[in-house]
Write a protein that binds this ligand. Structure first.
Ligand SMILES: [Zn+2]
Ligand SMILES: [Zn+2]
Length: 378
């Protein structure tokens, strides 16, 4: 074990150097309850904090150790350099120290909640796919959700004739005194007879077998605000599965998803679409009708527009959540080169080609291979 730097026990407990014994105890109790392993299962950080607080408490609660610590620092608490770093408690020592001073009723009442079975119903996630039109305007929907509801036969109680569990006296937990190297300590565990319930039903409901809930379908109206995006979710507290035997219901999470749109892609609040134009339209400029989510609108294409050019229609995108402004519609021009021409069109293209100083190809056109041969002088 390596020697650690001296720890600030007062700082760990968050108390002044002249704090009295009562203040030391109070500060430790608060920290120990907060970081106790029973409340923080599998949490190494909490365990370290619990041990550290206990170490500080073990020194500062003892007037002699505290006086030595005040004079010599941490090394003073362990009985000399040989034993340094003096304290450094392990988890079982820390738990024992805590139980020694805070066992009894206080511990019980604090931890009872944690050892009781969890009667809260499970949460439910439901995916709802929306079209861009629905996202643009917001919408109302009715969801049919299959879930656990309170049992209609017993009203969710699970039965009748509730009596206190004889084994644990209604506490839901039983204690065993255990002996170890360090002395006697009390081990608290969930009552095996009532599985922590504390009560037994003499007349169990045959319909739900005592669980107090049954599967049924519920129709739930939801309001989808305008502007939601894929992955946004709407939590509906208490609309999840019913709890066991009258326990609180879980939550329903509605997770939004987006249906792909035939014309538009979405980039946050902006919408993107393509606008095919013929070479004359792009060259001369034109006014075209373009689709939006709320119907058609006209768009001015300036003369000399290049393929790939993005024209912006302000405010024709999607609304932001919470009523923030609309995005834009981005119209990307794609000039479509014709692949078949009528006779008249070919004449005109030929004429255009000769105007721009280039020989129109003779007909019938030579094959690619013939042209290669020409080029090579063969
Ligand atoms: Zn029932
Ligand atoms: Zn019991």
């Amino acid at each position: 074990m390596t020697r650690r730097s001296s720890r600030d026990y007062y700082g760990i407990l968050g108390i002044a150097r002249d704090a009295d014994a009562e203040a030391v105890k109070k500060a430790y109790r608060r920290l120990a309850l907060q970081h106790h392993p029973d409340r923080n299962p599998e949490n190494k950080e909490a365990e370290e904090k619990f041990k550290e607080a206990t170490e500080a408490y073990e020194v500062l609660r003892d007037p002699e150790k505290r006086a030595r610590y005040d004079r010599f620092g941490e090394a003073g608490t362990g009985g000399g350099a040989a034993a340094a770093p003096g304290y450094g408690v392990d988890l079982s020592e820390a738990l024992r120290a805590f139980m020694r001073d805070f066992g009894g009723m206080e511990f019980d009442s604090f931890f009872r909640g944690a050892s009781r079975p969890d009667h809260r119903g499970e949460d439910i996630r439901v995916r709802v796919r929306l079209s861009l039109e629905e996202i643009a305007s917001g919408t109302k929907k009715r969801l049919r959700v299959r879930k656990n509801l309170p049992c209609s036969q017993c009203g969710g109680r699970g039965g009748s004739g509730e009596t206190s569990c004889a084994r644990c006296g209604g506490a839901g937990q039983v204690r065993h005194v255990q002996r170890s190297l360090f002395g006697q300590f009390i081990n608290v565990s969930v009552c095996p007879e009532c599985r922590g319930e504390g009560v037994r039903l003499s007349d169990v409901c045959p319909s739900c077998r005592g669980e107090g809930r049954e599967t049924a379908e519920e129709s739930i109206p939801i309001v989808v605000p305008a502007g939601v995006a894929a992955g946004n979710y709407l939590p509906l507290r208490g609309f999840g599965h019913a709890g066991v035997r009258g326990g609180p219901a879980g939550d329903l999470f509605i997770v939004f998803d987006e249906k792909p749109h035939a014309l538009f892609a979405r980039r946050e609040r902006d919408l993107i679409c393509e606008l095919p134009l013929s070479p004359p339209q792009a060259t001369l400029g034109t006014e075209v009708e373009v689709p939006t989510l709320e119907g058609k609108t006209s768009l001015e294409v300036p003369a000399g527009t290049q393929s790939g050019k993005v024209l912006r229609l302000r405010g024709k995108g999607l609304p932001g959540l919470n009523g923030s402004g609309h995005g834009d519609l981005l119209v990307r021009v794609v000039v479509k080169t014709p692949t078949t021409l009528t006779g008249r069109e070919r004449e005109l293209y030929d004429e255009l080609a000769s105007l721009s100083g280039r020989q129109a190809p003779r007909r019938p056109r030579k094959s690619f291979l013939d042209r290669v041969k020409d080029a090579l002088g063969g």
